[in-house]
Design a protein around this ligand. Sequence first.
Ligand code: 13P
Length: 264
Amino acid sequence: MSRKPIIAGNWKMNLLQDEAKALFEGIKSFTKDFTAPQLPTIVIAPVFTSLNVVHTEKCTCGCGGDKIAIAGQNCHWEKSGAYTGEVSVEMLADAGCSYVIIGHSERRQYFSETDEMINKKAKAILAGGLIPIICCGETLEQRESGITDQHIASQIRADLNGLSEEEIAKSVIAYEPIWAIGTGKTCDSKEANRVIAMIRNVVKEISSEKAGDSIRILYGGSVKPSTIEEQMSQSDIDGALVGGASLKAESFNEIIANTMKVSV
Ligand code: 13P
């Protein structure tokens, strides 16, 4: 089963509009020399206020912009209404997004997002024709007490609850061990692959063999140009969700180039 790799950059709460535009231009300068089938699926997730700026740069003039998909970093499950500070799936689509990151550990930790909310978001995203990138991962304490697999399996079961086989097959999961995010401590590639294979088995169990074989599961947590080749050489790792190293065109492009050496 060949799954097209995804390299996604989560810009988190960084970059003003001019900086976002410059970074997008820097990525385009790499993508313009390749056809879409030669490249992994490339996704970037800017802050909401820069979505329009990068969307405007996504022209089809041959500059490479059309080979970069845009993601929202969060959404609400309702279509509209009195939800101050929130943004709907339709609004993200209107601003050029085709993906939405949900359930990031920073949102779970600082904004009290629960699996129930993440499940509602996943359903709204798929109903709106976009693709959810559903994040999961364990804390260092959970890892040390030996409950990593149990914790992640429970997140995945709850986050995917009620989704159809077809919806699950097109979704994306990102396994991001919390202790590896922004710390420079990458999870050992074989261990990341083991957890990701476990997640795939959970998907097969709750949905179908086909859904488990189709869903793309990424690794995230201190991914760098120097780590990606080994990560992408693993059987079950389908790509990366990159934080810090996605904020510079040079390192993000190198991650894409190194991914192309081993897969695509
Ligand atoms: P870092 O790559 O900075 O560790 O961030 C990972 C992450 O949280 C991506 O969503």
